[in-house]
Design a protein around this ligand. Structure first.
Ligand code: ADP
Length: 657
C-alpha cells in the first residue's frame, strides 16, 4: 500500500524529550510518519498556517508559550488539525483543561511507550474526523429542524384562513338562519363542527409549538388572580370529570400573592394538565390541584421575590419511569397506556406547557404520585406586581441609554361590537389576540413588543430604534396586511383607529407617550363622530347623464338639507353606490355603459345593498317600462318631466327626513 506519510508536527524545546519521541516512531513502517520538529510556538504557528499538518504534538512549557497558550494559538490558526498535549507529571490538571479546550489527548512524558505513541496519534486523528462529521451532521439536523418548524408554521397559518370560513359557514347553517335542517343534516353538521373545532385546536397547538421553538412566543403579562384562574379551569373541566365520577379538589394556601403572568397561557397549561389527569384516571379516582408558596429557594434571579408551586395530581394509570425524561418532548406519548383512540391528543400539550412555563421564568416537571398515578408540578415566579407590567418603561430606558428613538403604536378597535359579531362566541380579549396574532404573523421584529389591553380595546406595539417615519411605514404595512385578510377577520378593520407616539418628540416617559398616543386616538374619534354627524344628513346618489337635470335635482335636495353625490353613467353609479352607501338612489334608465335597470338589479341582488331604496327616473311612461323597472327592483317610478315637489316628497318619504 502506498499511503502518504502522516505529517506530524512536534513542538518541543527539550532536545532530550524530542529525541525520545522520535524513538517512538522507529518501530513504525518506514514512510508512515514524517516528523517536523520545531522549538518555538511562533515557528509552529507559521508552519501550521501553511497547511499540510495531520497532527500536532505540543509541549505545554515552551519558551514563547505558557500553559494553554500553545493549544489556543495552534487551534486559532489550524482549527481542523488534531492536537495532542505533552505534559510533565506535575501539570496533569492543566492537560485535562487542554482537553476541555479542544485537544484530542494528552500524553505524560516519560510514560509513553514506544508502540503507544503512533497508535495515540492515529486515534486522535480518527476522533477529530468523527467529531467534525458529528458537528456537520448536527448542524444539518438543526437546519432541517428549522425548515420543518418554518413549514409547520406556514402550513398552519395557511390552514387557519380556510378553516375559519368553513367554521363560520357551518356555525351559521347550524343557527338555522339560512333555513331549517332535518335531524340528519343537523347531526352531520354537528359532526363537521366537532371536527373543525378539533382541527382548529391542533392547528393552534402547531402554531404555538412553532412559535415557542422559534423564540417568537409572546406573553401578555398582567397582574393575575391565580386562584380565580384555577377555579375557572376547574369549572370548565368539571362536566368532563363528572362523566367519570372524578372529584376535582383544590387546596389553595391563602398566603399566595398576586402574580404577574399571561392569564390565557397559564389557563392553557392548567387545562392541559387537569384534562390529562381526567383522561388517564379511571372512574372513582381523585384529582387534586395544590397551590403553595415555596420556601427558601436558592439562587433566585434579580427581581424575583419567591416562587409559587402548583401541582396537579391524580391516582390514575401513572407514567413508567423510563418515559419521564421524554414526557415534555413534542409529539411524545406513552405507548401502551391507553389506545390511541382513548388517549386522543397529539402529544403537544406538555411540550407547549413547558414552553409557556419556562417563558414565565418557571419550571415544570413530573413525579410519581406516591406510587400510584401522576403528579405534574410547575412553578411561577413571584415579582412585584405593582411594577409596570408592560415593558414600555424598560424599553424606554434602553432607548435613552443608547440615545435611540422609540415609537409606540396604539391600535384602538373602536367598534368592538362588529368584531365580536364576526367572531361569534369570543370575548374581546380573544378577538384582540387574533388581530394581534395577525400583526405578528405579518412579521414584526423580534425586538418589537406587542400586547393587547382588553380593558381599553387596544393593541399596543412598542418598536425600539424606530422614528416617526419608520413607525408610519410600519403602520401602513399593518393596515395593508390586515385589510388583505378581511375575509378571515370580518369587515371590521374600518373601525381600527391607530396612533403613534415617538420618543423623544412626543414625550419622554412611558406615561407621557401612552397619553400622547391615546390623545391622538381621541382626536381622531372626535373627528370621525363629527363626520358621522355630518353623515347623519341623508345621502342621496343621483344618477343621470344629463347634467342639467342632475344639477337641478342636486340643488333642490341640498336646499332640503340632503347630501348629494352624483354619477354620470351606470358603472360609475354602481361603484359610488357601493363606496358611499347612500340612503337612496335616484336612477335614470337610459345611461351610458350600463342601463339603469341593470344597475338596479345588481344593487338589489346584492345582500349588502338591497335595502337601499331606488327611484327610477325616465321619460318612458309606458306601462311595460314600469313593469321592467319594478322587476329590476326599483321601489318607485317617476316619469320625466316630473314636479320637483313630487320628487322631494318621494325622497323624503324614503329617507325619513
Ligand atoms: P396528549 O395528551 O395530547 O397526548 P400531552 O403532551 O399533554 O399530549 O401528554 C403526553 C403524554 O403524556 C400523554 O399522551 C400520556 O401518555 C402522558 N400523560 C400526560 N399526563 C398524564 C397523566 N396525568 N397520567 C398518565 N399519563 C399522562
Amino acid at each position: 500500500m502506498n499511503e502518504k506519510p502522516l505529517q506530524v508536527l512536534l513542538v518541543e524545546d527539550n532536545v532530550g524529550d524530542a529525541r525520545l519521541l522520535r524513538e517512538a516512531f522507529r518501530a513504525e513502517r518506514a514512510g508512515s510518519f514524517e516528523l517536523t520538529h520545531l522549538v518555538r510556538m511562533s515557528e509552529a504557528v507559521v508552519h501550521l498556517a501553511k497547511g499540510g499538518v495531520d497532527i500536532a504534538l505540543l509541549d505545554l512549557g515552551l519558551p514563547d508559550a505558557h500553559d494553554l497558550d500553545a493549544v489556543r494559538r495552534a487551534h486559532a490558526v489550524a482549527p481542523d488539525v488534531p492536537l495532542i498535549v505533552l505534559t510533565g507529571l506535575n501539570d496533569e490538571a492543566l492537560a485535562t483543561q487542554a482537553i476541555k479546550e479542544g485537544s484530542q489527548d494528552y500524553l505524560i512524558k516519560g510514560q509513553i511507550e514506544n508502540r503507544a505513541l503512533p497508535r495515540a496519534l492515529r486515534h486522535a486523528i480518527e476522533r477529530q474526523r468523527m467529531q467534525a462529521e458529528l458537528i456537520k451532521a448536527s448542524e444539518e439536523l438543526k437546519k432541517l429542524d428549522e425548515m420543518k418548524s418554518n413549514f409547520i408554521s406556514i402550513a398552519a397559518h395557511e390552514l387557519r384562513t380556510p378553516m375559519t370560513s368553513i367554521k363560520n359557514a357551518v356555525d351559521l347553517i347550524l343557527t338555522k338562519k339560512t333555513g331549517d335542517l332535518t335531524r340528519e343534516q343537523e347531526q352531520f353538521l354537528l359532526m363537521a363542527q366537532r371536527n373543525i373545532n378539533r382541527l382548529n385546536g391542533l392547528v393552534g397547538d402547531l402554531l404555538n409549538i412553532s412559535k415557542i421553538e422559534s423564540g417568537k412566543f409572546e406573553l401578555l403579562l398582567a397582574k393575575i388572580d391565580l386562584k380565580q384562574l384555577i377555579e375557572g379551569a376547574l369549572i370548565t373541566l368539571r362536566p368532563l370529570a363528572e362523566k367519570k365520577f372524578l372529584p376535582l379538589h383544590l387546596n389553595y394556601s391563602v398566603e399566595v400573592p398576586a402574580l404577574r403572568a399571561d392569564a390565557g397561557k397559564i389557563e392553557q397549561v392548567l387545562i392541559n394538565l387537569i384534562n390529562n389527569s381526567i383522561k388517564f384516571t379511571p372512574e372513582s379516582g381523585v384529582i387534586t390541584v395544590d397551590v403553595h408558596q415555596m420556601e427558601n429557594v436558592p439562587d433566585m434571579p434579580d427581581g424575583v421575590l419567591g416562587y409559587v408551586e402548583i401541582s396537579v395530581a391524580d391516582n390514575g394509570i401513572g407514567i413508567p419511569e423510563e418515559h419521564r425524561q421524554h414526557l415534555f418532548e413534542k409529539f411524545y406519548q406513552v405507548e401502551g397506556s391507553l389506545s390511541q383512540k382513548e388517549r386522543g391528543g397529539t402529544g403537544l400539550g406538555l411540550a407547549i406547557s413547558k414552553g409557556i412555563i419556562e417563558a414565565h421564568g418557571g419550571k415544570i416537571w413530573f413525579e410519581n404520585n406516591e406510587g400510584k398515578g401522576s403528579k405534574f408540578n410547575f412553578t411561577l415566579p413571584i415579582v412585584d406586581v405593582e411594577q409596570d407590567c408592560f415593558t414600555l418603561k424598560n424599553e424606554l430606558s434602553k432607548a435613552k441609554l443608547k440615545t435611540l428613538p422609540l415609537s409606540v403604536l396604539i391600535l384602538n378597535v373602536s367598534n368592538m361590537e362588529s368584531l365580536l359579531k364576526s367572531h361569534n362566541e369570543m370575548g374581546n380579549e380573544q378577538v384582540l389576540n387574533i388581530v394581534k396574532e395577525r400583526i405578528v404573523s405579518f412579521g414584526i421584529k423580534a425586538t418589537d413588543k406587542i400586547a393587547v389591553s382588553p380593558l381599553t380595546n387596544e393593541i399596543i406595539l412598542i418598536v425600539p430604534d424606530t422614528d416617526k417615519l419608520g413607525a408610519q411605514a410600519l403602520l401602513k404595512r399593518i393596515f395593508h396586511n390586515i385589510s388583505a385578510q378581511k375575509a378571515a377577520l370580518g369587515d371590521c378593520f374600518h373601525s381600527i383607529i391607530a396612533s403613534i407616539a415617538t420618543y423623544s418628540e412626543d414625550g419622554t416617559s412611558d406615561k407621557e407617550l401612552i397619553e400622547f398616543a391615546r390623545g391622538e386616538i381621541k382626536k381622531q374619534t372626535n373627528k370621525l363622530s363629527a363626520g358621522q354627524a355630518a353623515r347623519d344628513k341623508k345621502r342621496v346618489l343621483i344618477v343621470d347623464d344629463e347634467t342639467d337635470i342632475l344639477e337641478s335635482i342636486k340643488f333642490t335636495l341640498e336646499q332640503e338639507g340632503i347630501e348629494c353625490i352624483v354619477a354620470l353613467d351606470g358603472e360609475d353609479a354602481l361603484a359610488k353606490a357601493k363606496k358611499e352607501m347612500p340612503d337612496l338612489v335616484l336612477l335614470d334608465v337610459m345611461l351610458p355603459k350600463m342601463n339603469g335597470y341593470k344597475v338596479s338589479r345588481l344593487l338589489k341582488f346584492d345582500e349588502a345593498f338591497k335595502q337601499i331604496p331606488i327611484i327610477m327616473l325616465t321619460a318612458r311612461a309606458q306601462e311595460r317600462d314600469r313593469q321592467v323597472g319594478a322587476e329590476s327592483g326599483a321601489n318607485e317610478y317617476l316619469t320625466k318631466p316630473f314636479e320637483m315637489a313630487e320628487l322631494v316628497a318621494l325622497v323624503k318619504k324614503y329617507t325619513d327626513v
